[in-house]
Design a protein around this ligand. Structure first.
Ligand SMILES: NC(=O)c1ccc[n+]([C@@H]2O[C@H](COP(=O)([O-])OP(=O)(O)OC[C@H]3O[C@@H](n4cnc5c(N)ncnc54)[C@H](O)[C@@H]3O)[C@@H](O)[C@H]2O)c1
Ligand SMILES: [Zn+2]
Length: 350
């Protein structure tokens, strides 16, 4: 699969002619969204697509994680089939990570795969979940357990759509962005921590710059390891071993994804100092910033439960928990970590 084209600029969502170039010979497509994103941006994008010469078949998924089920994907596939869409058609997904995951999955399996474009409307979506081609749904046994790798042709990141994001969604997105700063490019960390108030107030220029840097890193890493078999893609998992564990232990939807990653990074910074040589002064300074963020921590989380979940993480080998850690800012490694160290770090952050 080839890398997605990135379109990052104010108003990009309305410039459909640019991001649909060569997309669907039949000039027909499914425009898939959910109520929250549709109400704000749907009609504008639909009109832009029609002006670009497409016949558009609209379909709304349920909001949030409810989009990521067999039933809702099955309804979407039925809409596409009854609209007469085929291999020569395409799909455009407009919404947060839940929409792009579920709709991208439908694009991956409809008639064995049709092209799609991702138009992420959340910050998390623009810098992370809307690109890279991991698509899928949740199963009763856990999140994201069924899916396909199917990269979008283009990803359209329009900073204008982020103006309406509630603060929690914004913090969740910057939580993920801070990860890119720690793992790949310390300048991203500096530009977020140094401009926090302006970013939280929605400054579109500064936000667009952060989105551009993080999305470029994600694309580069995915290009070198599309199916997460060679190593580099694993590095995107910094803060995620315990972050995912917390997300599951708290119950689906209680913590936003990036909020859980913020807690996971606080633990991973401690582990990086103790197990992979990260300087104590940097670990403490980074932790001090993360600790100031208003991120709720669900009560009554049992440290041993988090340990158990960490040992079942996809990076674990033979029941031993493996973490992405830092040797220094911008210098990640993967390492096995003992149960004792994990419990110690977890107890310190809970
Ligand atoms: N595929 C990947 O690589 C990947 C990576 C990380 C996370 N994810 C997935 O992403 C999902 C979370 O995505 P999310 O955080 O974007 O949440 P989401 O898609 O659930 O959307 C959150 C809420 O924001 C609202 N919303 C969307 N755009 C808005 C806007 N511009 N203004 C105001 N409200 C808006 C929606 O209506 C919804 O209620 C999870 O299912 C997670 O598993 C996927
Ligand atoms: Zn993440």
């Amino acid at each position: 699969m080839s890398a997605e084209k990135l379109f990052v600029e104010p108003g990009a969502r309305l410039n459909a002619r640019a991001w649909t170039k060569g997309l669907a010979p039949s000039r027909r497509l499914a425009l898939v969204s959910e109520a929250g994103a549709w109400r704000r941006f749907g009609p504008g994008v639909e009109k832009a697509l029609m002006r670009a010469g497409f016949r558009v078949h609209r379909h709304l998924l349920p909001s949030g994680e409810a989009a990521k089920t067999w039933d809702s994907v099955s309804d979407l596939l039925a809409t596409m089939l009854s609209a007469g869409l085929g291999r020569d058609s395409a799909l455009v997904a407009l919404g947060g990570g839940a929409v792009t995951d579920a709709a991208g999955f439908a694009a991956a399996i409809f008639q064995r795969g049709i092209p799609w474009v991702s138009v992420p409307t959340t910050l998390l979506g623009q810098l992370d979940s809307g690109l890279g081609g991991k698509t899928g749904i949740n199963l009763a046994g856990g999140k994201n357990l069924a899916g396909c790798f199917h990269r979008p042709r283009a990803v359209v990141c329009d900073p204008e759509v982020l103006a309406s994001l509630p603060p929690r969604e914004r913090i969740s997105g910057f939580g993920e962005a801070l990860k890119y700063g720690l793992v790949f490019e310390p300048a991203i960390w500096a530009s977020i921590t140094g401009n926090w108030d302006a970013l939280m107030a929605g400054d579109p220029v500064l936000t667009g710059k952060v989105v551009e840097r993080c999305a470029a890193w994600k694309r580069r890493v995915v290009d070198s390891d599309e199916r997460e078999t060679k190593g580099p893609r694993e590095l995107l998992n910094f803060g995620h071993t315990l972050g995912h564990a917390l997300e599951s232990a708290a119950g689906l939807g209680v913590l936003r994804h990036g909020e859980a990653v913020i807690w996971g990074m606080r633990a991973a910074l401690r582990l990086s100092h103790r197990c992979s040589g990260l300087k104590a002064s940097f670990a403490a300074e980074a932790d001090r910033f993360l600790a100031t963020l208003p991120v709720p921590l669900p009560r009554r989380i049992e440290p041993r439960r988090l340990l158990e979940l960490a040992r079942r993480d996809k990076k674990a080998r033979g029941g031993r928990a493996r973490f992405v850690l830092l040797r220094a800012p911008g210098r990640p490694v993967t390492a096995f970590v003992s149960d004792r160290e994990i419990l110690r770090a977890v107890r310190e952050i809970l």
